[in-house]
Design a protein around this ligand. Structure first.
Ligand code: PLP
Length: 417
């Protein structure tokens, strides 16, 4: 089927939620994807952090084939052999004690919010009004369902669906003073990404995360970290919070967990798990045998590949910093490990660079308007980074003579493709 006919059919048949690049992907292998015209692309986005082991990883492929032939689904009314094994591995690497499996990031986040509320209720044994307020951060992103949108601090995602749920207040990113002002005994949880992803690759400051931990502890509230984008090895440690010396009460993961199959998880402590009992929460598809068997395999590979992630992550960062030193349009390089962002000084320039790279066979994307986002698979090598850094440097050099920002940081003259 051709790109044109697929695009025409989608235009007629699908809800108009996506503005897709005009590329029809047909297959992938390692760090590369091929489109319907046989063009090869170096994948530095990995399906927005999902294909962390690249495409067609042999261990994932053989587990998928073996398990698909054995058992795909049983429902959560029955046991199968993989949920406990996967929970054992996730609790070992996170320092937490309990897991709940679901299908996506937003479903994990919804469950985490419900758990915070139910735990606050369970703790409230003396007839006082239960704690119910939640604090979230400006510029955050936690998913598209109602609870997730309610804790997402970006108007463009929230406003079309207002009114959202009551009880959530927002604090400026890394604004410790505001956090202190907002915290009181009515708060049941502070909810945030350890590194904001959609918000432009912005890591929490150490002081802010430590303050959030301290305030939540002293007010009897929970610290909930969303590591759906930044967790599971992406930053060179199993979890991004492990760079900070802070332990959350709840953490959510999803994207790379089952190496491309839909799977999310809520991880928490024995204590917080007392907020749930049978029948309060559940899912039909979540934590099925196929996805869990693959996730176990993913974690086995992750155990071995962490030093490599740290090594290539630091090599990549050095390359990006070098590009920054040569182009005044680069404001900042942010992130950790293989979750990196390059903040440019104009939206139009960022758009141009993404499409230039695409034409040169490199897949990245743009987030928070001006930020080039790099989420490559963990298996990339230095030669792939060299190629991306070289092409980035050349795309910025090519774009700039035609794209001088005016005083508002908006490019006045440029050629569009
Ligand atoms: N939380 C974060 C930090 C994310 O980056 C995303 C997705 O990009 C989500 C939640 C929602 O995940 P999903 O799209 O799987 O529902």
């Amino acid at each position: 089927m051709s790109l044109a006919s697929v695009a025409r059919s989608e235009d007629r048949l699908l809800l108009p939620t996506y503005d897709r690049h005009k590329i029809l992907f047909e297959r992938g292998r390692g760090v590369y994807l091929w489109d319907s015209r046989g063009r090869r692309y170096l994948d530095f986005l990995s399906g927005i952090g999902v294909n962390a082991l690249g495409h067609g990883h042999p261990a994932i492929q053989s587990t998928l084939q073996r398990q698909a032939a054995r058992l795909i689904h049983v429902s959560n009314l029955f046991f199968h052999e993989y949920q406990a094994e996967l929970a054992k591995r996730l609790t070992r690497i996170s320092g937490l004690q309990r897991a709940f499996f679901c299908n996506s990031g937003t479903e994990a986040w919804e469950g985490a919010l419900k758990l915070a509320r139910s735990y606050a209720r369970a703790q409230n044994k003396n007839g006082h009004a239960p704690k119910w307020r939640m604090i979230a951060l400006d510029n955050s992103f936690h998913g598209r369902t109602f609870g997730s949108l309610t804790t997402t601090g970006q108007a463009k995602y929230r406003d079309p669906f207002a009114p959202l749920l009551p009880g959530v207040s927002f604090v400026g990113f890394n604004d410790g003073e505001e956090l202190k002002r907002q915290f009181d005994g009515s708060v049941c949880a502070i909810c945030m990404e350890t590194i904001q992803g959609e918000g432009g690759i912005r890591p929490l400051s150490r002081e802010f995360l430590q303050l959030a931990r301290q305030l939540s502890q002293s007010n009897g509230a929970l610290l909930i970290l969303d590591e759906i984008q930044c967790g599971l090895g992406r930053t060179g440690k199993y979890f991004a919070y492990q760079h900070y010396g802070v332990q959350p009460d709840i953490v959510t993961v999803a994207k790379p967990l089952a190496a491309g199959l839909p799977l999310g998880a809520i991880l928490t402590t024995n204590q917080v798990a007392t907020g749930m009992h049978p029948g309060m929460h559940g899912t039909t598809f979540g934590g099925g045998p196929l996805a869990c068997a693959v996730a176990i395999e993913f974690l086995k590979v992750l155990d071995k590949i962490q030093p490599h992630i740290r090594e290539v992550g630091s090599y990549f960062r050095t390359g990006l910093e070098k590009v920054k030193s040569q182009h005044s349009c680069v404001r900042e390089i942010r992130g950790l490990g293989l979750m990196l962002g390059m903040d440019l000084n104009s939206v139009e320039l960022a758009k141009t660079v993404v499409s230039q790279l695409l034409r040169r066979g490199i897949l990245i994307n743009r987030t928070n308007e001006t930020v080039l986002r790099f989420l490559p698979p963990y298996i990339i090598q230095q030669k792939h980074i060299d190629q991306v850094v070289r092409e980035l440097d050349s795309a910025l050099s090519a774009a700039l003579p035609r794209s001088q920002p005016n005083s508002k940081g908006v490019i006045s003259t440029r050629s569009r493709h």
